[in-house]
Design a protein around this ligand. Sequence first.
Ligand SMILES: Cc1cc2nc3c(=O)[nH]c(=O)nc-3n(C[C@H](O)[C@H](O)[C@H](O)COP(=O)(O)OP(=O)(O)OC[C@H]3O[C@@H](n4cnc5c(N)ncnc54)[C@H](O)[C@@H]3O)c2cc1C
Length: 425
Amino acid sequence: MQSFYEATVVRPERARLSGKRAANVCIVGGGLAGLSTALGLVERGVRDVVVLEAQQVGFGASGRNGGFVFGGYSLDCADLLRILGQARARELYALTTDAVDLMRRRIKRYRIACDATDAGVILANWFNQPERLETQRRLMKDGFGVDWEPVPASTLAGQLKTRRYYGGLFERNAFHFHPLKYVLGIADAATAAGAQIYEHSPVTRLQRQGGGFIVETAEGSIEARQVVMAGGGYVRNVYPKVERAVLPIATYVMATEPLGPRLKDALDTAAAVYDTRFAFDYYRPLPDTRILWGGRISVRNREPQAIARLLRRDLLKVYPQLRDVRIEHAWGGLMSYARHKMPQIGQSADGVWYAVGFGGHGMAPTTVSGELLAAAIAGERPVPEAFATFGLTPAFGALGLTAAQLTYTAMQTRDALAARRRQRP
Ligand SMILES: Cc1cc2nc3c(=O)[nH]c(=O)nc-3n(C[C@H](O)[C@H](O)[C@H](O)COP(=O)(O)OP(=O)(O)OC[C@H]3O[C@@H](n4cnc5c(N)ncnc54)[C@H](O)[C@@H]3O)c2cc1C
């Protein structure tokens, strides 16, 4: 069962690195973090930019995700505010809403046909507790100056044909898209402006040499003045300082068969939807009337059939009317999580730039990191100081993964109990 996204793109042939060559900047990883940096650099007139991708562009999370593009980070907005205080939290949040706008502009400017649907995102309340929505609405308004509009339960029931939800909030400045088409479009734009992208070229070794670095693959090497590590949750044994600071966590997605007019029996909205649980469902209608449905967090990478079974159960909890619908695609992907749940963007003491740890909320933040690193490398301005708060803290490998799975299970249980308590008459 191939991913819906892979099944619906045509990929150009790209060379693999062979022999020795020199570059100004060498980027490890052809996900959105690496490619946004490459595009940001060439847009600023930086020459000799090379991207090395182990598989193919968008092979990782960037080409497998839910396709939600909205403001914020994996770290909860309330925690961002608590940790940074209002001024610095606002500064970092605003970078992500600027990135949403930049992505819209790039889609137009580079004519990226990526099925972008500018219809906002609904946060649906799983719990019969209106105060949950009101607290969130106030936090966004007072803390970040952003309006998330209340959606009364009766209005929501007209858009989402389910009895599961108790009203919602609507984030208007958000869209959803085919992430792999977007990533391929960004790669094409970077290439057209002079960047070189090599595929099937996994980096095996990174070493300091003189004032720069040697980046090695099985068949070639790059002598680079600057290096950017952007390998997400997939990179291993290249630069331990970064790899030890993130945990690879899996999450799953599936796509139904095209539903035709039946789509409206479940979703009568073009908006994307997620809910208020810690372990929330996220889903959206696709242009060809399928539903793309995602959820779950796990330290295990499951087979597509197992993923389809799990997610189908989740779908039917919300939309039992889709019982006989076929699941045509199911897949998983690895996110990279820091313990503090914020992206790690900066430069280590030995001069290596990095952009990792975007977690499950990475489309806008990887675009942020691309702009910040490109501006810093081009000598325009340093990475904002607030990111130093979220450094390369150790994630504790296997121990960290066990802790993450336990937290997930505990939060799932807490949400299930809270939902049950509130449903009792
Ligand atoms: C299933 C799923 C659903 C998600 N849904 C959403 C969503 O709806 N909205 C949202 O905002 N975010 C979502 N996310 C999160 C988002 O996709 C990620 O945060 C983001 O794509 C991370 O981008 P990245 O470039 O850091 O990593 P990746 O996209 O994983 O890219 C890393 C790349 O590095 C390459 N690489 C690894 N090792 C090497 C090496 N040695 N040499 C060369 N290359 C190497 C890999 O092959 C890979 O292509 C989701 C993630 C997943 C997995």
